[in-house]
Design a protein around this ligand. Structure first.
Ligand SMILES: Cc1ncc(COP(=O)(O)O)c(C=O)c1O
Length: 412
């Protein structure tokens, strides 16, 4: 069932000179599976309906079947090309005054790198928080002893630009503002464009955690006035975990020099290192980089951000329709809900317990995710990663089966 063609393309893989493109065959990731027989959990990895790590394509995984040296010329060319392609994806360029920096570690390492490098010793951070990932930014500032203040909004409401404006007007000491674009706690979208207007007109630096949205939602980085945007390899670009990346305005990046609170997470030094000789300062995540180059090729082949957004939106629609038909209630109202991830209330039926529900689904080959909402008992279903509508239909069939096994009728 693999529909794989090898095409010499305009985006060469620096090692093979070839680019692998996949057709949009939904069973592509599951070559063991035929349409008739489905697949048993033992015959494939589970499908990950989570905020990450996410399901990746076979070709992305195959791109890692190499060992390369960090000083290898082809590897250095791959890193340079990835940095350039990330800028392209963000709709900016070096010529327009932007830089892309890769940072080893998970997404949080990228966020921590920006927060602890960008806010100067005499600076102050305002965190606009409406979920767990906003709270994490505040925690990063606390641990690094960076002066900060948190403007909290309810988890089911987007951050309000007028409240941010008032907070900035009330506290001239604030130098930097951080917000999460898609708060993956719930799947809510914060209005980064309107917030950008308020933050930039008051002369503050602007940090956006676009971990779960970059690559799947159009983001006008320059129009929005973002100084630092952070995402990671294993989110909507569908690489494997191993590094985060930062799209930074060059003047804001230059201003970070000397402010870092850590050697390994020094954003400015990392950028200087990459600029000097194209190399990482410390051991690079070579396999994850090779996988990421292939993931970028596959994003292009899918039609870039619009193509990927369309698939994720279809996944989300199918999950929402199917799960609601079984009686589950989404946490957010439809108009506040993105297609990245959806939080659902626990059913009230006495037989429901999340651990049992999760385990049974996992045994059938479908991994969902616990909730992070602080005020309500919820679980989450992610609709990003290398998953397609037929995968969603299988998840729904498995969910139906699990509810039957647990003795939970529809609508409870
Ligand atoms: C919005 C957001 N920020 C930060 C993170 C943290 O990323 P990681 O778990 O890769 O450190 C996540 C992870 O899902 C996220 O969704």
């Amino acid at each position: 069932m693999i529909s794989l063609c090898t095409i010499a393309a305009s985006r060469p893989n620096h090692y093979t000179g070839l680019t692998l493109l996949l057709t949009h065959d939904p069973s592509y990731n599951h070559p063991e599976m035929t349409p008739d027989e489905g697949c048993s959990p033992s015959s494939r990895d589970p499908l990950l309906f989570t905020p990450g790590p996410l399901t990746t394509s076979r070709t992305v995984k195959e791109a890692m079947l190499r060992d390369v040296g960090s000083r290898d010329g082809a590897f250095i060319a791959t890193v340079a090309s990835i940095r350039e392609r990330l800028l392209e994806l963000a709709g900016v360029s070096q010529a327009a005054g932007y830089e892309a920096i890769l940072m080893q570690g998970s997404g949080t390492f990228g966020i921590e790198s920006v927060i602890t490098s960008a806010v100067p010793r005499d600076g102050k951070l305002l965190v606009l928080a409406n979920g767990a990932y906003g709270e994490r930014i505040a925690r990063i500032a606390d641990v690094a002893r960076i002066e900060s203040t948190v403007l909290r909004s309810p988890e089911d409401a987007p951050v309000a630009p007028d409240q941010a404006e008032a907070a900035l007007a009330a506290d001239p000491a604030i130098t930097h503002v951080a917000v999460v674009h898609c708060e993956t706690t719930t799947g809510i979208l914060n209005p980064i464009e309107d917030l950008g207007g308020v933050i930039k007109s008051s002369g503050r630096a602007y940090i956006v955690d676009a971990m779960s949205s970059f690559g799947a939602m159009p983001i006008d980085v320059s129009g929005t006035g973002v100084d630092f945007l952070v995402s990671s390899a294993n989110k909507c670009i569908e690489g494997v975990p191993g590094f985060a990346f930062v799209i930074a305005k060059k003047d804001a990046l230059l201003a970070c020099e000397g402010s870092a609170r850590s050697v390994s997470l020094d954003l400015h030094a990392q950028w200087r290192g990459l600029e000097k000789d194209g190399q990482f300062r410390f051991t690079p995540p070579t396999h994850a980089i090779l996988a990421f180059e292939q993931a970028l090729n596959e994003l292009d082949a899918e039609g870039g951000v619009p193509g990927r957004a369309a698939r994720y939106a279809a996944n989300h629609r199918a999950v929402l329709d199917g799960v609601q038909a079984m009686g589950f209630r989404p946490y957010l109202p439809a108009e506040r809900q993105t297609y990245i991830i959806t939080s659902f209330h626990y059913p009230t039926h006495k037989n429901f317990n999340f651990a049992g529900f999760y385990d049974r689904l996992a045994r059938l080959g479908f991994v969902i995710y616990p909730g992070k909402v602080s005020q309500a008992e919820c679980f989450r279903i992610g609709t990003i990663g290398h998953i397609f509508e037929p995968d969603v239909r299988q998840l729904l069939a498995a969910t139906r089966r699990v509810l039957d096994e647990m003795g939970i009728p529809d609508g409870s």
